[in-house]
Design a protein around this ligand. Structure first.
Ligand SMILES: C[S@@+](CC[C@H](N)C(=O)[O-])C[C@H]1O[C@@H](n2cnc3c(N)ncnc32)[C@H](O)[C@@H]1O
Length: 279
């Protein structure tokens, strides 16, 4: 249900909810193309954006309101940990909550599909760690930066004496170089401070972007990366381009039926896209 008008320089779209206007400020933009192709390419992008905005509205109609997130005051790496029932809170941040379990099941299924050597970054509540063990892997290396959480990971490891589990305490940025190559990687960390939040969560194409060069460097040919995508039902073009800069192909699935609580500060939709990025 969109109205459209187009001159040589403007594209305008409006729906009952949003209006979008694109002004070409330079004749150089796509200037080498035939004007018909130029118009087609730009209209397509604007129509995609309008469709995305409307879809976002439709998603928000049937989910929780969510809550404002307070800023990170103390760096997460050294901060005290509070584990109350169904969530893990570090430095005032909801770092992990139990409603993510179905999502973690999908991420674990993807990362463990070779049943080979798997790297997990971020232990959190140990939900995905347990699920990776259930999937069955040859070895399971876990990097965890917070000392209290790393201690919980070592305790968890002691409950799995027959599995090859290696807990590596430290930030992945500082320790990954020593760890060799893997068949599967599951990445699920949280920004350590507001500077990381602003860059990795707000500005980058996707939170995973800052990890991609290191992931690719430590994955064997055919190895698979899965991660917390922060995408509701598909991937943005920016996100796909970032992945395809390092990976041969990407497979997509959607985990539906998610139920974040009304006061969740980091997710509100009832689904999340899951990715298998193949090296
Ligand atoms: C969202 S939780 C992981 C949840 C986990 N997948 C689960 O199922 O319970 C994020 C974890 O990553 C850890 N972390 C954050 N930044 C990290 C980094 N740079 N390197 C390693 N671990 C990190 C946090 O301390 C936290 O334990």
């Amino acid at each position: 249900m969109t109205n459209s008008r187009m001159s040589s320089t403007d594209v305008v779209r409006s729906t009952p909810h949003v209006a979008l206007e694109l002004t070409w400020v330079s004749d150089d933009y796509l200037g080498r193309l035939h004007p018909d192709l130029r118009r087609f390419a730009v209209r397509r992008l604007v129509d995609d954006t309008v469709a995305d905005l409307e879809e976002l509205h439709a998603q928000a109609e049937h989910t929780v309101k969510g809550e404002r997130r307070d800023g990170i005051v103390e760096d997460l790496t050294g901060a005290a940990v509070r584990r109350d029932g169904d969530q893990l809170v570090i430095s005032g941040q909801q770092v992990m909550q139990d409603w993510e379990r179905p999502l973690m099941a999908e991420l674990s299924r993807i990362a463990a599909r070779s049943h080979g050597d798997v790297l997990e970054v971020g232990f959190g509540m140990g939900i995905s760690a347990g699920l990776l063990q259930q999937e069955g892997v040859r070895s399971h290396t876990i990097i965890e930066s917070n000392p209290e959480v790393a201690e919980a990971a070592r305790k968890w490891k002691s409950e799995h004496p027959d599995s090859d589990i290696r807990i590596v305490e430290g930030r992945w940025q500082d320790v990954i170089e020593t760890l060799g190559e893997f068949d599967g990687v599951l990445f699920d960390t949280y920004p350590a401070n507001e500077r990381e939040y602003e860059q990795y969560v707000v500005r980058d194409a996707a939170y995973i972007q800052h990890f991609l060069p290191s992931a690719a460097a430590h994955m064997r040919p055919g190895a698979v990366l899965s991660y917390y995508t922060m995408e509701i039902d598909s991937l943005s073009r920016r996100h796909q381009r970032a992945l395809l800069g390092y990976f041969r192909s990407i497979e997509l699935s959607v985990v539906s039926g998610l139920a974040p609580p009304p006061d969740c500060t980091y997710w509100w939709a009832d689904s999340m896209a899951a990715v298998a990025a193949v090296r």
